[in-house]
Design a binder for this molecule. Structure first.
Ligand SMILES: C[C@@](O)(CCOP(=O)(O)O)CC(=O)O
Ligand code: SF4
Length: 390
C-alpha cells in the first residue's frame, strides 16, 4: 500500500518502537483488506479495557507497550468501560485482586494518554467526531452510532488496532472509510410505531437478517437519540452491522436494494421471547447498555422518586454523566429508592457472576444477548418499568 514519507518513517522505526510496531499492525491490516493508503483519524475509541475480558495477557501487553515513551496517542482517544467502577468498586463487592489488576490496565492506558472516561457512549461526553471525519473506534455500539447518526467513518476496529491507529494518527483506508462500502443494500420498513426498548428488539431482529449489510430504515415516527443508541447496539451485536440509514434523517446517498423487508410488532414477538432465558424474578436489574444518557437517568429518577425497589438495581453510565446526575439530584432519587449509580463499567464487562447474582433483568437487547455467554447468568428482558414492577 502507498505510504507517505512520514508514514514510512513511522514504519521504519524513526519515531520509536511502539510507533513502528503500531504502524506495522496497521499496514498488515491494510494489506489483508486491500487498502491502498492510510487516512488521518481525528479520534479513537479503544475497547479491551476490562480485566475480565482481556485477562493477564492483555494486561501484560498494555504494560509492556506503555513503557515505551513513543507509545503516546496522537489524537483524542477514549476508553471503553472497565470491569469495575473505578471509584466505588469496594461498595459494589469487587475483590481487591480484581481491582488491582484493573487499575494497572487503566494506568497503562493513561501513560499512553488515553482518557480514562471508561464509557461505551463517548459521543455523549465530548468525543464527537464531525460528519465525514475518519476515526478508529472499537466498541461496536459506538462504531454504528458514529457511522450512522454522526456521519463519521470507522470500521469495527478491535482494541489493539484502534490503539495502534491512535498511536500513529492513521488507519488503513478500507471498508466503511470508502464511499463504495457505504451503500444501503436492504430497505427495512417498520410498520408500527415503536418505543424505548422495542428499538433494541428491532435491532436484534434485523441484525440477524442483514448480517454485515447496510440497512436503510423507513420509520413511522422519528426515533430519539437514545432509541438510536439501543437500535444500533442490538444491530451490531446480533449481526455485524456497522452502518445504517434512516429515511428523513440521514438518507443514504446511494441505495442498491437487494432486498426489502417489513417489520411490525407481531414479527418482533419471537425475538422478544428469545431474549429472556428464564421466567424467574431477577435478583439484579441493570439499565445502561449502552451507557445511559443524562436524559435516560432523568426519566429513571423521576419514576423512582416515590418507589422502593425490591431487588438490586444498577444504573450504568459514564463517570462524567454520573457527576452531572449527582448535581441534578437524580442520583439521590435513584439511591433513595434502593438503586446504585454505577460508573465506568457495565453488566456485561464486570464480573457480576462473582457477586452472587443468578438472574439479571435488562431492558437492552444487546445485554440480553451477551449476558448468558459472557457472564453465564440467566436473563429476563423487558421494559425497565416492567422490570421494576416485577
Ligand atoms: C460487548 C462490548 O460492548 C464490550 C466488551 O468489550 P471490551 O471488553 O471493551 O473488549 C464490545 C462490543 O460490542 O464491541
Ligand atoms: S455491553 Fe453494553 S454497556 Fe457494556 S460496554 Fe458494551 S455496549 Fe456498553
Amino acid at each position: 500500500m502507498y505510504l507517505t514519507a512520514y508514514e514510512e518513517e513511522m514504519y521504519d522505526g524513526e519515531y520509536g518502537e511502539a510507533v513502528e510496531k503500531s504502524m506495522k499492525i496497521l499496514v498488515a491490516l491494510g494489506d489483508i483488506y486491500g487498502a491502498e493508503r492510510m487516512v488521518e483519524i481525528s479520534s479513537a475509541q479503544i475497547s479491551g479495557v476490562s480485566y475480565k475480558t482481556i485477562g493477564d495477557a492483555g494486561l501484560e501487553y498494555l504494560e509492556e507497550l506503555s513503557k515505551d515513551p513513543s507509545a503516546r496517542v496522537k489524537v483524542q482517544s477514549s476508553l471503553n468501560p472497565a470491569g469495575m467502577d473505578l471509584d466505588n468498586w469496594r461498595e459494589l463487592g469487587f475483590s481487591r485482586e480484581f481491582a488491582d489488576r484493573q487499575s494497572r490496565i487503566i494506568d497503562a492506558y493513561m501513560r499512553m494518554d488515553v482518557m480514562n472516561t471508561c464509557t461505551c457512549t463517548p459521543y455523549l461526553i465530548g468525543n464527537i467526531p464531525t460528519r465525514g471525519s475518519h476515526v478508529a473506534w472499537s466498541e461496536s455500539s459506538a462504531v454504528i452510532y458514529a457511522n450512522s447518526i454522526l456521519g463519521a467513518r470507522t470500521n469495527r476496529e478491535g482494541g489493539p488496532s484502534a490503539l495502534a491507529a491512535a498511536i500513529c494518527g492513521r488507519t488503513p483506508a478500507y471498508g466503511y472509510h470508502l464511499d463504495e462500502n457505504r451503500i444501503a443494500n436492504i430497505l427495512v420498513k417498520v410498520e408500527d410505531s415503536l418505543e424505548g426498548y422495542e428499538y433494541g428488539v428491532l435491532g436484534y431482529y434485523v441484525g440477524k437478517i442483514v448480517g454485515d449489510g447496510v440497512p436503510s430504515f423507513r420509520f413511522r415516527g422519528q426515533p430519539s437519540g437514545d432509541e438510536f443508541k439501543s437500535l444500533g447496539a442490538a444491530l451490531a451485536s446480533s449481526g455485524a452491522v456497522a452502518l445504517y440509514y434512516v429515511e428523513g434523517l440521514n438518507p443514504a446517498v446511494e441505495c442498491e436494494f437487494e432486498d426489502r423487508i417489513s417489520v411490525d410488532s407481531a414479527s418482533l414477538e419471537d425475538s422478544m421471547d428469545e431474549l429472556s432465558t428464564t421466567n424467574d424474578k431477577p435478583d439484579l436489574i441493570c439499565v445502561g447498555c449502552p451507557h445511559c444518557s443524562l436524559g435516560e437517568i432523568r426519566l429513571l429518577a423521576r419514576y423512582l422518586r416515590h418507589r422502593r425497589l425490591s431487588c438490586d438495581f444498577w444504573v450504568c453510565t459514564s463517570h462524567a454523566l454520573k457527576v452531572a446526575a449527582d448535581r441534578m439530584g437524580y442520583s439521590d432519587l435513584i439511591v433513595g429508592s434502593g438503586g446504585v449509580m454505577v460508573s465506568d463499567t457495565c453488566m456485561v464487562v464486570s464480573p457480576i457472576e462473582d457477586l452472587g447474582f443468578d438472574v439479571v433483568g435488562v431492558d437492552s437487547a444487546k445485554a440480553a444477548n451477551y449476558i448468558p455467554s459472557m457472564c453465564g447468568l440467566d436473563v429476563v428482558f423487558d421494559d425497565w418499568k416492567n422490570l421494576v414492577r416485577l
